[in-house]
Design a protein around this ligand. Structure first.
Ligand SMILES: Cc1cc2nc3c(=O)[nH]c(=O)nc-3n(C[C@H](O)[C@H](O)[C@H](O)COP(=O)(O)OP(=O)(O)OC[C@H]3O[C@@H](n4cnc5c(N)ncnc54)[C@H](O)[C@@H]3O)c2cc1C
Length: 379
């Protein structure tokens, strides 16, 4: 069955990219509908450390970080599997907030501005009909003038679009999985740590509600070696890093089971596919060790909202919008994503990690350069 309203923009996926985009377009006076398959608030696999580059933009979306009494994180500690450790001040720093809290705050703002938010509604198909799009969800068809795909790392829509990164065959070592816990622990408030183990790394930093987020990335090779058991993998591998051993031995774990996601890939992606404008992880994923995928998703929504406004106001054609957005996205993010990919190669093999960390400790300026190459400026 078809619905009657013609929306200016339909947004598939209500994570940070989609929610911020909906707010920006609604602020510009457009009719926006957003589809989210889950129901807010909900937890997500994410390290929950947000680079302060997005603070000003979040204020423009109605989220005032200074009023939320959040932990401000200024120091970075990274350890090799042996426990060899280096520490540095973060030039810009970040803050900690759970996705459970932040996504809910944003959806409240979007709703206040008149965005139609359809929660628990999974989009099954998007059809580009040239002058407008059809969005199929839960046996209904919606119509819009443009569509943004902000549905994250991998979705049914990617399969429908036969995207290149979906078609590729991956080795187990290239197939990443993410695991997350919320814990209570006696740990510094202003520190984000990245503790390495063979085939992966684990971040810990404080978020709201007096919790810490403990989140790690490893590959499916590692999981398979441990009979596909997360518990076994954690016992054998991560406990080899003395910092992780202490965290796992002393923390109070607040979920019965960890949250997990699989099939994470860091392949290059296209920013516009079949006329759908990709925002956030759907446009390109930065390796989590860089700690700014969320800021990138928000920044992309700001860039796209500006350009889409010109199209919706009749100042730009669809073709011009496609070219302008692709160009702007690549200019802002392509290098960062590439450096993140190269940087991640230095992690995973304990001998290489140890060697690199010794060089970085000896030359702290180099670590600052690496941080700069993978981060952006305030936007
Ligand atoms: C292990 C790990 C740790 C990380 N740690 C950090 C960190 O500390 N700091 C940082 O900045 N970044 C981190 N990131 C990256 C960060 O999580 C992402 O970059 C960010 O969430 C991207 O936002 P998004 O809006 O693109 O997608 P998401 O936040 O993933 O949102 C996508 C939404 O789309 C919905 N959806 C999907 N398909 C459909 C459909 N068909 N119909 C309707 N809805 C749909 C999903 O339910 C989801 O809510 C980490 C990533 C991983 C894997």
């Amino acid at each position: 069955m078809s619905t009657e309203t013609l929306y200016d923009c339909a947004i598939v996926g209500g994570g940070l990219g989609g929610l911020c985009l909906s707010i920006k377009l609604a602020q510009n006076g457009f009719k926006v509908i957003l589809f989210e398959k889950e129901t807010y608030p909900f937890h997500k696999v994410c390290g929950e450390y947000i680079s302060l580059e997005s603070k000003q933009f979040l204020s423009s979306c109605g989220i005032y970080i200074d009023e939320l009494n959040l932990p401000i994180i200024k120091k970075l500690q990274i350890s090799a599997p042996s426990g060899y450790v280096i520490q540095a001040n973060l030039p810009l720093g970040g803050f900690g907030i759970s996705r459970f809290t932040l996504d809910q705050l944003l959806v409240n703002e979007a709703t206040k501005l008149g965005v139609i938010v359809l929660q628990g509604t999974k989009v099954s198909q998007v059809k580009n009909k040239n002058l407008l799009y059809e969005i199929h969800a839960e046996n209904l068809v919606y119509h819009s003038r443009i569509v943004a795909g902000s549905y994250g790392k991998r979705s049914n829509i990617d399969i429908q679009l036969k995207r290149k990164f979906i078609a590729k065959k991956y080795k187990d070592a290239e197939n990443y999985i993410g695991i997350k816990y919320h814990i209570r622990i006696d740990y510094p408030i202003d520190l984000i740590s990245l503790h390495n183990f063979k085939d992966g790394y684990c971040g810990i930093s404080k978020v709201d509600d007096n919790r810490y987020c403990l989140c790690y990335l490893t590959n499916s090779k590692n999981l398979k070696k441990n009979n596909s058991s997360i518990q076994e993998m954690e016992k054998k591998k991560k406990k080899k890093n003395p910092f992780l051993k202490e965290i796992f031995d002393t923390a109070e774990f607040l979920y019965k089971e960890p949250l997990s996601i699989s099939q994470i890939h860091f392949e290059e992606k296209e920013q516009v596919v079949n006329g759908i404008f990709m925002i956030g992880d759907a446009a390109g994923i930065i390796t989590p060790l860089c700690g700014n995928g969320m800021s990138m998703a928000m920044h992309a929504s700001k860039i796209f909202a500006g350009l889409a406004t010109q199209f919706l106001d009749g100042k730009m054609s669809k073709e011009q919008l496609e070219i302008a957005y692709t160009k702007a996205w690549r200019k802002e993010f392509a290098k960062r994503v590439w450096f993140g990919r190269q940087f991640q190669k230095l992690f995973g093999d304990p001998k290489i990690t140890e060697f690199v960390f010794r060089i970085l400790k000896w030359n702290p300026g180099l670590l600052k350069v690496l941080i700069r190459l993978t981060h952006g400026k305030e936007f």
